[in-house]
Design a protein around this ligand. Sequence first.
Ligand code: TEU
Ligand code: CA
Length: 631
Amino acid sequence: MVYTKESKLRHVLRNPIGADLFHTLLSEMGLVHLKEIIFNPITHHLRLKHLPILLKGMIDMDAVDVICHKMNHYSDEILSPDHDEIEETWWKEGVCYQIYPRSFKDSNGDGIGDLGGIIEKLDYLYDLGIDILWLSPIYDSPNDDNGYDIRDYHAIMKEFGTMDDFDRLLKELHQRDMRLIMDLVINHTSDEHQWFLESKKSKDSKYRNYYFWKDGIEHQPPNNWKSIFEGDAWEYDDLTKQYYLHLFSKKQVDLNWGNEEVRKDIYHMVNWWLEKGIDGFRLDVINFISKEPNLPDGNALLAEMTGVSGIEHYVYGPKVHDYLKELYQNTFMNYDVMTVGECQGIGLEMSKYFIHEDRKELNMIFNFEHMDAPGKSKWDDYHYDLNYLKDTMIRLQSTLGNSNWNSIFFENHDAPRMINKITHDMTYRDALAKLIGVINLTLRGTPFIYQGQEIGMINPNFHELHEFRDVETLNLYHSLRANGLSEHEIMRKLSHGSRDNSRAPLSWCSDDNAGFTSGTPWMKICDDYKSYNVDAQVESNHSILNFYRSLIRLRKDRKIFVYGSFEILKKKTRDVFAYYRHYKDEQVLIVMNLSDKEKIIKINTLDYHLLLSNYENDSRVFKPYEARIYD
Ligand code: TEU
Ligand code: CA
């Protein structure tokens, strides 16, 4: 089928890109709850050319052309049917824990977390029940983006330690029957990487075509693409009088995956790490690696909607699946490893084309649809509604089959703490932290816990600009200043949305610097470390930490929590999130009150036994954020 502006909506909605795109468009317009009404049997006959009117000018005909082009490119990607059985494996059963090494534990007193500190805390992680560690990048880096700007893929960042320290960490993990996945940043390298240093020397360099170098147009950048970290996505190089592409910071230079030499060098490096015995990778912004040939200008309306001009030309580029298939065939296929792709902007239908096991690309991805309310960003000070999380988790669970597996996460190093997104009122902080854990660990999919989530850590409360460290945050400050926002307005945005919110050092105990370091910490410690820290929770039966420990143990004792099918209850009942998991002849029931008020929830639990709850209560009246697991 060829899509044009004459194509009917009902055909477009059958295409995964079309389906996801319209879900996103409605979300951005805050209309996603009216989806069934808007896309009804009558509007199904409307043609794409009517969209600008239907969506009140949210998009124009140029954007319709871009949408058709993308759908046409992928229209022949047919998913094979779902397998009859699910293949049981360690990376579906394992519980993952993300470590941001810089902020986890400092072992040598320089104020920066390191591999020695991680080794010190392996027994803490083992006792928590963690199976798989994901380390944010630990490779040699100038740290413009704290390691997501790699200078040498084959060396360990000196602040974190040595390759011997790495080998020791891997050995200690394997001795505990735990596994390690590394953060693979291959969309871009640091501008201090040898490849780029060679590439920028001359237009004739062997490495020139490892990156995107383009002539400017009348002393302007080659196109209107903007960096996700503010400003143009192009930096001018005086020596060779050309611009180079950087979708992130100026020191993170995009690799040209269209160049086979680049791909070969990447595969060689990936195999070098696999040969060291690691157990897989988290692949950074992996859906960005294929750019639209000729790098066309971004559509103005799509730029307004996404906030990033040009993103439609690389968020799901024309060769992304070709590259992922080739990567798999040249590396992962030969090892018993796990891969999870970070895929900002990839919808739930499109995600199947990355994770379907017959496609041999990735084992799972990180979708981000649930991370912010429709039309909102992390910088907006709004109350994240857990009913939105319920709705997106129901959608996510419905896309999983025997052949499609996925991840379940709510926190990471790029987002503020979940508790702060939901409420400013800390009255029920512990109950809420535990409820988040119940959702994280009782849904279908590999659970990822981010460091500090297990003790209910919250944002560290930033008051001054000098307290921030994150390049995205600091770039945004200057951009907002240039746009005339007041210092107060800017500080409000940054203190709410900065990635530094989740990068405050882990609070280990009530000693100085929360026991993170004996030196001066590289960034501020959480204000509440004296009350919320690991030591304060290890011995307490009702602590968040011990609740997570019980949840993880429950998940690992009962395969139903891993492989069980998902059946929603009371789908339309606001503030109630209840579902069954079914597996062979077993059934478990999870019932949650998503509000901070007491609530009567009428669900028959007479035939059930309460396995775990975040309150000592089994009445019909659910307490604020009460979560119960029955079998
Ligand atoms: O993040 C990808 C990404 O889209 C980022 O823009 C991030 O989601 C952003 O902060 C949202 O506001 C990955 C890494 O997780 C991030 O830490 C890196 O900075 C980025 O790629 C570049 O490597
Ligand atoms: Ca250190």
